[in-house]
Write a protein that binds this ligand. Structure first.
Ligand code: GAL
Length: 379
């Protein structure tokens, strides 16, 4: 199975934690379609941890908790499929999942077969309670092999939080996306921490094995399982802008039942220019340029897009507005080459141009300007 774009969807963990059940998943699938998010490309409905019984059955198989999922997983997968969506589940490379349910260690092939029978399309695979002797690369390769041999296309979403230098071995395992960070919480400090973590690993992003910066907190507003102090709309937009330009999978984490009534959240999750950058088919490596005015908490990220446009993110993580300046020279576009840039900011639609081969933008505190830039002739 080859996955060409960062997966888009919804996952139960950020809001619901262990409080999951069949009706919630059905309602969330309904909402994905009725809100219009499915039409924008969000297609996976993923059940995270806490879905099974504490014991396997007499044949060593995982059993869905009949109180939470009375119709069973096959029926639920069928329902999700009937909405035109894909169905995701969760397990773990250790003996137990992070919440203490049975993990897949030493049961990889039987579990992959069970997931295939149920009609699962996506498996998030965690790293708690893993063996001290068998390294992560082997544990993930084993499940990678089990999935590839289970007779069904199942997207393999590795979740080892960047531990044990995940970036160095994850592409050997068959994973289609890999969690590069610890868990997100619904607050600005958490978003900032996950962004800073990317400084060390930015070049390890890659087509077919996407760097997963963790599920989104947009729209949570301090509610739910990882709900914390919440973020401002500006901060949620910044979070989305950086996840988008980094090419991270975008897995919605808020409650999407009734989300169409929350215009601000819909605007952030559904912005088509932002999604077009995230889903760009070239999926080139992202890089940073220095610019000026950034200070220690500022970043300029660049991603060249299919067809010759360029995505630019100007990020200001400081507590005060900053004028950030990008010299076109830093993009190897000195005035002498006869080309300049015209930029369109994806959230506001504002247009910006260069003066003296520099682009100067006022970026608010905790803000990010995300641009799609096109080459134009210097007049
Ligand atoms: C963590 C993981 C979270 C969530 C949780 C479930 O390890 O990073 O995203 O899946 O386990 O227990």
């Amino acid at each position: 199975m080859i996955v060409t774009r960062p997966p888009l969807g919804w996952n139960s963990w950020n809001t619901f934690g262990k409080d999951i059940n069949e009706q919630l998943i059905r309602d969330s699938a309904d909402a994905m379609v009725s809100s219009g998010l499915a039409a924008k490309g969000y297609e996976y409905i993923v059940i995270d941890d806490c879905w099974s019984l504490l014991e396997r059955d007499e044949n060593g198989r995982l059993v869905a908790d009949p109180e939470k999922f009375p119709s069973g997983m096959k029926a639920l997968a069928d329902y999700v499929h009937s909405k035109g969506l894909k169905f995701g589940m969760y397990s773990c490379a250790g003996t137990l999942t992070c919440a203490g349910y049975p993990g897949s260690f030493d049961h990889e092939f039987i579990d992959a077969a069970t997931f295939a029978e149920w009609g699962v399309d996506f498996l998030k695979y965690d790293y708690c309670y893993h063996s001290d002797f068998i390294r992560g690369d082997r544990l993930y390769r084993r499940m990678g092999l089990a999935l590839e041999n289970c007779g069904r296309d199942i997207l393999f979403s590795a979740c080892s939080w960047g531990a044990d230098e995940t970036h160095k071995w994850i592409k050997t395992t068959g994973a289609h996306m890999w969690r590069s960070t610890g868990d997100i919480h619904d607050g600005w400090e958490s978003v900032k921490k996950l962004i800073l973590k990317q400084d060390e690993i930015i070049e390890y992003n890659g087509q077919g094995c996407f760097n997963d910066m963790d599920m989104l907190i947009v729209g949570m507003r301090g509610r739910g399982n990882v709900g914390f102090v919440g973020c401002t709309e500006e901060e949620y937009r910044t979070h989305m802008s950086i996840w988008a330009i980094m090419g991270s999978p975008l897995m919605i984490g808020c409650d999407i039942r009734g989300i169409e009534k929350d215009g601000e959240t819909m605007n952030i999750l559904g912005n088509e220019e932002m999604l077009r950058i995230n889903q760009d088919s070239a999926y080139r490596q992202i890089y940073r340029v220095k610019g000026s005015g950034c200070g220690p908490d500022g970043r300029i990220y660049i991603r060249h897009l299919e067809g010759g446009d360029i995505a630019v993110a100007m990020l200001n993580m400081s507590d005060a507005e900053r004028n950030i300046t990008l010299m076109l020279d830093e993009l190897a576009l000195p005035e002498s080459c006869g080309k300049s840039l015209r930029l369109r900011e994806v959230w506001s639609g504002e247009e910006y141009g260069a003066k003296n081969a520099t682009i100067r933008v006022a970026v608010p505190a905790h803000g990010c300007k995300l641009f799609r830039a096109s080459l134009v002739d210097v007049k």
